[in-house]
Design a protein around this ligand. Structure first.
Ligand SMILES: C[S@@+](CC[C@H](N)C(=O)[O-])C[C@H]1O[C@@H](n2cnc3c(N)ncnc32)[C@H](O)[C@@H]1O
Length: 303
């Protein structure tokens, strides 16, 4: 399998997602003779999975069932083994859009971390673009490369194990975009400028703290970047629910009030009016996912 294209049938060696529910899924490597435990019982890879279509509903040994899904970068983000804090799809989609990434784009990134953003970038720039990703923690760099190979995207990515603040990205004047997710991004702005194409490009830096943002913005300005903007994304998901609304009691109403001197002759509204009504409505959450980080964007322009 490859994260770049879909295929029909589950095969030995694939990475697949075992889906029990929207908030309960995990990745498995499909292997002849292996088995996977779930709360619904065992799944045997040879008999239950290999040769079945992706998306199949598979019955486990205790009678419950799961779905086996083909992995995408979005599913990988919510299932990958965490070696660091990671970026999630809400921030990733804004980064992809604001960096103007597309097939053929050349991108420099640091740090690689757990490879959550890297997978999304690679899928976006395929089949002709390239990602240069720099990670100074040796095991993380090696693990990321191993996953890129397993997911058959390694021809689109170069992993460098070095300090981006000291040694940069190892490439000069070829990038359309640079992304930084490191504790001191201001120390890497000069290297980012060098990695970007002579004619310009876009940069984004992700930082959880506003003090980091301030220092990064100053460094961007010093290096001649323009259009410096910082934003954060707060996701608010609405549920559609059937709600009950109490109808307020305004007392007895009369029709054609004043047509008679005494109220006695006026028609009374029947007392059988319902006291509540049920209808479907969008309900805002009591709690929302809060601050993840600030996204600072800027442009390196030719002029
Ligand atoms: C928060 S993680 C990045 C997560 C990544 N964006 C993802 O979505 O999975 C930050 C990574 O940057 C690496 N890092 C920090 N400073 C660095 C530097 N100066 N050069 C290279 N890598 C660095 C850390 O080792 C860590 O793995």
């Amino acid at each position: 399998m490859s994260f770049l294209e879909y295929k029909e049938l589950i095969e030995d060696g694939d990475t697949a997602i075992v889906f029990l529910g929207h908030d309960y899924m995990f990745p498995v490597t499909i292997q002849h003779g292996s088995q996977t435990q779930t709360k619904y019982g065992v799944i045997r890879h040879s008999t239950d999975l290999i040769g079945k279509p992706y998306g199949s509903k598979v019955t486990c040994s205790k009678g419950g069932w799961v779905h086996i899904l083909y992995p995408t970068p979005e599913l990988w983000t919510v299932n990958l083994p965490h070696r660091t804090q990671i970026l999630y799809s809400t921030d990733i989609s804004m980064i992809t859009m604001m960096l103007e990434l597309k097939p053929g784009s050349v991108v420099c990134e640091s740090g690689t971390g757990s490879g959550s953003l890297s997978h999304a970038i690679i899928r976006t720039v395929a089949p002709t673009g390239h990602l240069y990703t720099v990670e100074f923690h040796q095991q993380r760099a090696e693990k990321a490369m191993e996953e890129f190979r397993q997911h058959k995207v390694d021809h689109l990515v170069t992993v460098k194990n070095q300090d981006v603040c000291k040694n940069g990205f190892g490439v000069s004047h070829i990038a359309d975009a640079v992304f930084l997710d490191i504790p001191s991004p201001w120390e890497a702005i000069g290297h980012a400028k060098d990695a970007l194409k002579i004619e310009g490009g876009r940069i984004c830096s992700f930082s959880p703290c506003i003090e980091q943002v301030q220092r990064t913005c100053l460094a961007l300005e010093e290096h001649g970047f323009t259009e410096i903007n910082t934003l954060e994304i707060l996701l608010r998901i609405y549920d559609v629910r059937t709600v009950t609304m109490q109808i307020p009691d305004f007392g007895k109403a009369t029709e054609d009030e004043g047509s008679s001197e005494s109220g006695d002759t006026a028609k009374q509204i029947p007392a059988s009016q319902p006291s509540s009504a049920m209808f479907k409505s969008g309900i805002s959450p009591k709690e929302s996912v809060g601050h993840t980080g600030y996204l600072t964007f800027a442009t390196k322009s030719l002029f």
